[in-house]
Design a protein around this ligand. Structure first.
Ligand code: ARG
Length: 576
C-alpha cells in the first residue's frame, strides 16, 4: 500500500513500469530522511542527465503532489509521506481481504507431501521439520488462493518389514510392543542387525518374510498391520500436540497395486535397461546416475513407489503442482524421479518440486536409527512444555489455565524455533534459547500479542474511548473526538507508531514472498519485526489513553500477529 502509493506518483513522473518502480524503491537507512527512497541511476541513460540532476528535478515535481513531500539527496529522491493523509488510508487497508488474503493461487491445487515418517521407526527430527514446514506452507498457500492438499506419505513398505517380522517372531512380545511401539520396534530392529552379523541365516529369514508379505500371506499381513497400527497411534499423539491434521494418510503400501502400470509404461517407452539383473532407467543426458526401478529379485523400490505416487496425485488428486517437503539429503532421489517422469512423457513433471530443508540437531545431537541413539521427540515436547510452565508460573502466578497455555507456549517455542530459520539452513536447536521470552522466539511473539490484548482490554474499559471512537477503521480521518491527543499528523501515532504502521503495511508483500519462495521463515521474521516494532511503540508512546488511532493500530497489530502465529502453527493465547 505504502509502496504502491509512492510508486503511483513516480510512475507519472518517470515513465517507468510499475514493477520496475516497485523493485527500485528502498527504505532509507535513517528514518528521518523519509519513508522511501528512489534511486535515479536507471533514468540517467534515458534522460542523458546526471542522476543527481534528475533527483533534483524529480523531487521538485513530486513535491507538488498531494499527500507527500520529497527532497533530493545525491542521486536519490527521499519521499516523506504526509501522515495525516496516509494513516487513515493505511489502517483501513489493513482490514481489507485483498490485503490480508491476496488471491495469487487462483484455485491452483497443490499437493504437499509432508511429514512421512517410517512405521516401526522413531519419528525423526527430519520428520518433525517436514511436518512443521509442510503444515506452515499448507496454511500459507491456503491463505493466498491455492487449494492445498496434504499427504502423509508413510514409509510403511519395504524389505525392512520382513526383518521386523522375523525379529518379532524370534524375540518379540505383543504386550511390550503395545506399550512402547516405536521403542520396542527399534530394539527388535537393532537386535536383528546385531545378531545378523554372526548369523547370516537371519537376513534370509527377513527376506522370506517380506516375500510372504508381498504375496499376501495372512500371518505376515496381520503382523504388518499390527506394526502400522501401533506406530501410527504413537505418531498421532504427536500430530495432535503439534495441532496437525492431514487431508490424506496414504502410505507407500497404497501404491503396491499401482506400480506394475508404471513399469509397463516405462517398458513401452523403451526406457528400461538391464543392469546386473536389475532394471534401471538411464539418465545420462540429465547427468544423473541411473534410477533403479526393479531389483534383481523383481521387487520394486522407493523410486518406483514415488513414480506411482506422483502419477496418482496428478491423475486422481488432480494436482496442478506437487511439492515434496523432504530433507535435502534426498535431493538426488527426487531429481531422478522427476527426470524419469519427464522421460516417460509426463509433461506435468515440470510442476513437481522438491522443497528441501537442512539438518537440525538438538543441542548438537543427531539422530541415528540403526544404532538406536535417538532424541525422542515426545520427550523434547514434554521438556519444552515443562520449562514453559516454570517460566509462566514465575512470571504470572495467578494466570488461569496455566497448563493449557504452557502447552501452547512450549510447543510453539519448538515450532517457531524451527520456522524462524531459512529452511535450507542447518539448525542447532537449543530449547533454552527457543523458550526465552525476550529473544527471537515464538514465546516472544505470543507474549507481545497477549500484552496487546490486555492493553486493549484496559483501553476498552475506559468509557470515554469507547464512547467517542469507532474501532472499525472506517471512520473518517478528521472526525473530532474528545481524546486529549488530537489528529494533528505528528501526534496521531508518534514516530514509533508510524514505524509500526509501516511495518504492518509490509504484511501483504511478505505473504506473497513466502509463497514465491516456499519459505515460512519470511512470515516468522515478519512476526518478530512486528513484535519488536510494537514493543518500541509501547515503550515510547502512550497507547491506552493515546487516542483512537493508536488503539486502532494496537488492535490491528494484535490481529496481524495472531494471523502470523496461526499461519506458522502456533496458538495465540490472549493471556500469558
Ligand atoms: N519416509 C521417507 C523417509 O523417512 C520420506 C518420504 C518422503 N516422501 C516421498 N514421497 N518420498 O525418508
Amino acid at each position: 500500500m505504502l509502496l504502491k502509493a509512492a510508486a503511483n506518483v513516480l510512475l507519472t513522473h518517470t515513465g517507468l513500469e510499475e514493477k520496475e518502480v516497485l523493485s527500485l524503491l528502498e527504505i532509507p537507512p535513517q528514518p528521518e530522511w523519509g519513508d522511501l527512497a528512489f534511486p535515479c541511476f536507471v533514468l540517467a541513460k534515458k534522460l542523458r542527465k546526471s542522476p543527481q540532476q534528475i533527483a533534483l528535478e524529480l523531487a521538485e515535481a513530486i513535491s507538488h503532489e498531494e499527500g507527500l513531500s520529497a527532497s533530493a539527496a545525491g542521486a536519490y529522491v527521499n519521499i516523506t509521506l504526509n501522515r495525516s493523509v496516509q494513516i487513515p488510508l493505511m489502517l483501513a487497508e489493513l482490514n481489507k481481504p485483498d490485503f490480508l488474503k491476496p488471491d495469487i493461487g487462483h484455485g491452483q491445487r497443490v499437493v504437499i507431501d509432508m511429514s512421512s515418517p517410517n512405521i516401526a521407526k522413531p519419528f525423526g527430527i527430519g520428520h518433525l521439520r517436514s511436518t512443521v514446514i509442510g503444515a506452515a506452507l499448507y496454511r500459507i498457500l491456503g491463505e493466498t488462493g491455492h487449494v492445498p492438499i496434504s499427504v502423509n506419505h508413510l514409509g510403511d513398505w519395504g524389505t525392512q518389514f520382513g526383518k521386523q517380522i522375523a525379529a518379532y517372531k524370534r524375540w518379540g512380545n505383543e504386550e511390550q510392543l503395545q506399550q512402547d511401539p516405536i521403542g520396542e520396534s527399534l530394539k527388535l530392529y537393532v537386535r536383528f542387525h546385531q545378531e545378523a552379523e554372526h548369523d547370516p541365516s537371519l537376513e534370509e529369514e527377513g527376506r522370506e518374510w517380506f516375500r510372504r508379505l508381498e504375496h499376501g500371506d495372512a500371518e505376515a499381513q496381520r503382523l504388518w498391520e499390527f506394526f502400522v497400527e501401533v506406530s501410527l497411534g504413537e505418531f498421532d499423539r504427536m500430530y495432535q500436540r503439534l495441532n496437525i491434521t492431514f487431508d490424506h494418510v496414504l502410505g507407500e503400501s497404497f501404491y503396491n497395486d499401482k506400480m506394475q502400470a508404471v513399469v509397463a509404461q516405462l517398458r513401452a517407452k523403451e526406457l528400461l535397461e538391464e543392469s546386473d539383473g536389475a532394471l534401471v532407467v538411464r539418465l545420462e543426458e540429465e547427468e544423473l546416475p541411473p534410477c533403479l526401478i526393479l531389483k534383481k529379485d523383481g521387487t520394486t523400490i522407493y523410486p518406483t513407489r514415488d513414480l506411482a505416487t506422483a502419477i496418482y496425485r496428478h491423475e486422481v488428486m488432480k494436482a496442478d503442482r506437487l511439492l515434496y517437503v523432504v530433507g535435502g539429503e534426498q535431493r538426488l532421489h527426487f531429481q531422478q524421479v522427476f527426470a524419469v517422469l519427464k522421460r516417460a512423457g509426463e509433461t506435468w513433471a515440470e510442476q513437481c518440486e522438491h522443497v528441501p530443508f537442512g539438518l537440525m540437531r538438538f543441542a548438537g545431537k543427531k539422530m541415528s536409527t540403526r544404532r538406536g541413539k535417538v532424541v525422542k521427540l515426545e520427550e523434547v515436547l514434554d521438556e519444552a512444555v515443562a520449562r514453559a510452565q516454570a517460566i509462566i508460573t514465575q512470571k504470572n502466578p495467578d494466570l488461569q489455565d496455566q497448563q493449557e497455555i504452557a502447552e501452547d507456549v512450549g510447543i510453539g517455542a519448538i515450532i517457531f524455533g524451527d520456522l524462524k530459520n531459512n529452511r535450507l539452513n542447518e539448525v542447532d536447536f537449543s530449547l533454552e534459547e527457543a523458550l526465552t521470552f525476550e529473544g527471537e522466539t515464538g514465546p516472544y511473539v505470543q507474549y507481545t500479542h497477549a500484552r496487546i490484548r490486555s492493553l486493549l482490554e484496559k483501553a476498552h474499559a475506559r468509557t470515554h474511548v469507547a464512547a467517542h471512537s469507532d474501532f472499525n477503521g472506517t471512520a473518517p480521518a478528521q472526525e473530532k473526538h474528545s481524546s486529549e491527543l488530537t489528529d494533528a499528523s505528528s501526534e496521531m501515532l508518534g514516530d514509533a507508531g508510524w514505524a509500526l504502521l509501516k511495518q504492518l503495511d509490509r504484511y501483504h508483500g511478505q505473504l506473497i514472498r513466502a509463497v514465491r519462495q516456499l519459505e515460512p521463515s519470511v512470515i516468522a521474521r515478519f512476526a518478530l519485526d512486528t513484535a519488536q516494532a510494537f514493543n518500541r511503540f509501547y515503550a515510547k508512546e502512550r497507547i491506552v489513553d493515546g487516542g483512537r488511532w493508536r488503539i486502532q493500530l494496537a488492535e490491528q497489530t494484535a490481529d496481524i500477529l495472531a494471523s502470523t502465529l496461526q499461519l506458522l502453527g502456533l496458538k495465540a493465547p490472549n493471556r500469558m
